[in-house]
Design a protein around this ligand. Structure first.
Ligand code: 7RM
Length: 631
């Protein structure tokens, strides 16, 4: 993979990528194996939007992730599986073994009648079989939809139905710290409302007792047992969908972001090499879950496209105790470590005694992703983990972007705490004011947009192209709108300041306030609710819910417990409110719109300046809310 080696080179590549984008990306894309070469590099407009890369090209991404490497790297380790329990033996998966497992599973999918273009739901913990599952789908041109294992059966049901999944791949249960979490049982609950599903394939991980439905549920091991370790790759067009991944926005239910094969491959592989400056003998570890985009791009696809060795970690940062990350780094000689600010803050809070016993001398590069990293956490990470000797790449990107858009290149770009620094080659960011007028120059602040397509940009939202257009391409004409606010300093470095829409970022997880509200509103005693974020020391943002109840007789502690329960049931534990305030009314304008700005300020504790409240229908509501504020 073409690697930038100096800052001078970065500037040259960047210049070329803006002046001659097609030539630039042709050059990168040529490094892969294509069954048929593309005839045109790019066709696009941001109005429909219609974005096609590497047109008429044909390929199979698993051939590029696996087969292509076998002549040289059959015995090289693709994954080091580190189980939840540190006493369980870790498993080494070579590129050959990966090939064989993916092929066997792909053959099972074929046997179950999965065709090119069919959708397959993957609901699994962080075990190698989850990656086999994704790649097995891609092997035969099926579209995977991975759903994070922490989502509830209701959330799962919505995603299965929206994507009309034919098959589900899951496990009996999942280990998470000292807990065993049911997986198959959750699937069973969801499937009472899903007509599209023909079969469920169940991998035994925890030996949790499960019910297997005749003719529907199949045992994973039984099915792969007799399958050959060869499965010819099915070649697909560059723009054939590779996967759907659901993500939250400011309105309605989560949308299925669609990424396609050729552009996704080229963009994720290119950014991996260059941001991390990965070399062939490095050992890379990204602590994300494959249920999120970071896991898709920077655990599964991009490292494999680079023939890298990756640690696949099943556990959590605090089990058996807060030294687990540092212990695993020493154990496997990890050179590249990529995690989220929320984890850094939690481990910082646990104290240095958990870090001190470990050398951490293998580390070369540290990464951060998922939310703004505060300077405090940045310095702690730099000093205590990187020993002032490892560049930190603060990587800004989104589910919709497929890969990293703004980030330092490790050891090449000068870093600055709190700043994602500079756009990668091919990325043309601009800041606009609320009317969409570009704010030029430096030392400025605005809404972050991108004005030219890159190969990994979102193509559509599954089953609803109009929603894609409305959400990302209509706010500011002719631009892709990220939903983030951003500053640009005097040297042109970017600092992402957080969402400017009604999306909150809790521990690096995107949650729409509307989703939480609609869950809370399902409680029979709740008439209305409004949800906002507030600064949280560990999670980045916490969830603050204002609720109006019809049942004043109910003990409010009991009511709050029930509210949390209903959010757990409708979405999952990641979305449960940290603070719940029962209120008599919400601040509304005369036209009935909730003034969220006021609620946000109260939740944030910024109560001295609530701004103009004169347009409120009933200004007394605000006093009432202030009195009952939860500290
Ligand atoms: C990769 C991922 C996307 C949102 C995005 C931002 C926030 C992500 C950073 C960041 C500041 C960063 N995808 N975000 N990375 N903010 N600095 N380095 O997280 O779709 O789940 O979330 O996350 O607000 O819009 S995501």
């Amino acid at each position: 993979m073409i690697k930038i080696n100096s800052f001078e080179e970065y500037k040259e590549h960047y210049k070329l990528s803006v002046e001659q984008p097609e030539k630039f990306w042709d050059y990168i894309a040529n490094e892969f194996v294509w069954h048929k070469k593309w005839t045109k590099t790019l066709e696009w407009n941001f109005e429909e939007p219609k974005i096609n890369w590497f047109i008429n090209g044909q390929l199979n991404i698993t051939q590029n992730c696996i087969d292509r490497h076998l002549p040289q790297y059959a015995n090289k380790t693709a994954f080091i599986f580190e189980p939840n329990n540190p006493n369980e033996k870790n498993e080494i998966i070579s590129y050959q073994k990966l090939h064989d497992e993916v092929c066997r599973l792909a053959n099972v999918l074929l046997k179950m009648g999965v065709n090119k273009g069919d959708t397959v739901c993957i609901y699994m913990p962080m075990i190698p079989q989850a990656v086999y599952a994704m790649l097995a789908c891609a092997r035969i041109g099926a579209i995977h939809s991975v759903v994070f294992g922490g989502f509830s059966s209701n959330a799962l049901k919505d995603r299965i139905n929206d994507a009309k999944c034919k098959i589900i791949l899951t496990t009996d249960g999942a280990y998470r710290g000292n807990k065993v979490i049911p997986m198959k049982e959750t699937i069973d609950e969801a499937l009472t409302h899903c007509d599209s599903v023909k079969n469920v394939l169940v991998y035994k991980r925890t030996n949790t007792k499960v019910t297997m439905l005749n003719n529907r549920d199949l045992d994973w091991e039984e099915e792969i047992k007799n399958q050959p370790t060869i499965c010819e790759p099915v070649f697909v067009d560059s723009e054939h969908p590779l996967f759907i991944l659901y993500t939250s926005g400011s309105t309605g239910k989560p949308k299925g972001v669609v990424h396609t094969t050729g552009g996704y491959m080229v963009y994720t592989a290119y950014t991996f090499t260059n941001v991390f400056q990965y070399s062939p003998n490095d050992i890379y570890w990204c602590t994300a879950d494959v249920g999120w985009i970071t896991g898709h791009s920077y655990i599964a696809y991009a490292p494999l496209l680079n023939a890298a060795t990756t640690v696949l970690f099943e556990g959590v940062p605090t089990y058996p105790d807060a030294s687990r990350f540092w212990q695993v780094i020493d154990k496997h000689n990890v050179t590249h470590f990529y995690t989220a600010p929320t984890a850094i803050r939690a481990l910082e809070a646990a104290g240095l005694d958990f870090v001190k016993p470990y050398k951490l001398s293998s580390l070369k590069v540290l990464g951060s992703v998922g939310e703004p990293i505060n300077e405090e956490a940045w310095h702690w990470y730099n000093t205590n983990i990187g020993k002032n000797n490892c560049p930190i790449v603060d990587t800004w990107w989104q589910t919709e972007t497929a890969g990293i858009l703004i980030s330092p290149l490790a050891g090449i770009t000068k870093t600055k705490p709190g700043y994602a620094t500079l756009p990668l080659p091919g990325i043309q960011p601009i800041l606009v004011d609320d009317k969409g007028v570009e704010i030029t120059g430096n030392s400025i602040e605005g809404n972050l947009c991108i004005k030219f397509p890159w190969p990994g940009i979102i193509r559509t939202t599954y089953g609803d192209h109009e929603r894609c257009k409305q959400t990302y391409f209509s706010t500011y004409k002719g631009l892709y709108f990220t939903g983030d606010g951003c500053k640009r300093d005097k040297d042109g470095n970017y600092r992402i300041t957080g969402r400017v829409d009604d999306v909150i970022n809790v521990s690096g997880h995107r949650i729409g306030t509307a989703e939480v509200e609609s869950a809370i509103n399902m409680h029979e005693d709740i008439v209305e609710s409004a949800v906002t974020g507030y600064p949280h020391e560990i999670k980045g943002q916490g969830i603050y819910a204002y609720c109006i109840t019809t049942n004043d007789n109910k003990n409010s502690d009991q009511l709050k417990k029930e509210i949390i329960e209903i959010v757990n049931k409708e979405i999952g534990p990641i979305a449960k409110p940290d603070k719940i305030q029962i209120v008599n009314g919400l601040p509304k304008t005369r036209s009935g719109k909730i003034m969220r700005r006021i609620l946000r300020k109260v939740a944030e504790g910024e109560i001295s300046n609530l701004g103009d409240t004169s347009t409120l229908l009933d200004p007394n509501v605000v006093d009432d809310i202030l009195k009952g504020r939860i500290h």
